[in-house]
Design a protein. Structure first.
Length: 80
């Protein structure tokens, strides 16, 4: 894996790990992902959607500790 200038090369090893993640997610049959619109939860939600299709839901909390702009960004990111 190499990273430079904020880009990452997608290697066969990374693709294999991604496929393993999707295989694991498929074994769950359905899932809910806690979605904050950050990088980690966005990646997991995309992988979950690829693996489970309509059997995935994204859950985002609204509270005084969670900025409204972040909540709005989360809502716009995944309208499904």
């Amino acid at each position: 894996m190499t990273a430079s200038n904020n880009t990452m090369e997608i290697t066969p090893e990374l693709l294999e790990k991604y496929e393993q993640l999707k295989d694991y997610l498929r074994s769950l049959e359905s899932a809910a992902v806690a979605f904050s619109s950050g990088v980690d939860s966005t990646f997991l939600l995309h992988a979950s959607k690829a693996a489970l299709g309509s059997r995935i839901i994204a859950v985002t909390a609204a509270s005084c500790s969670f900025p409204a702009r972040v909540l709005n960004e989360a809502k716009k990111s995944f309208p499904w």
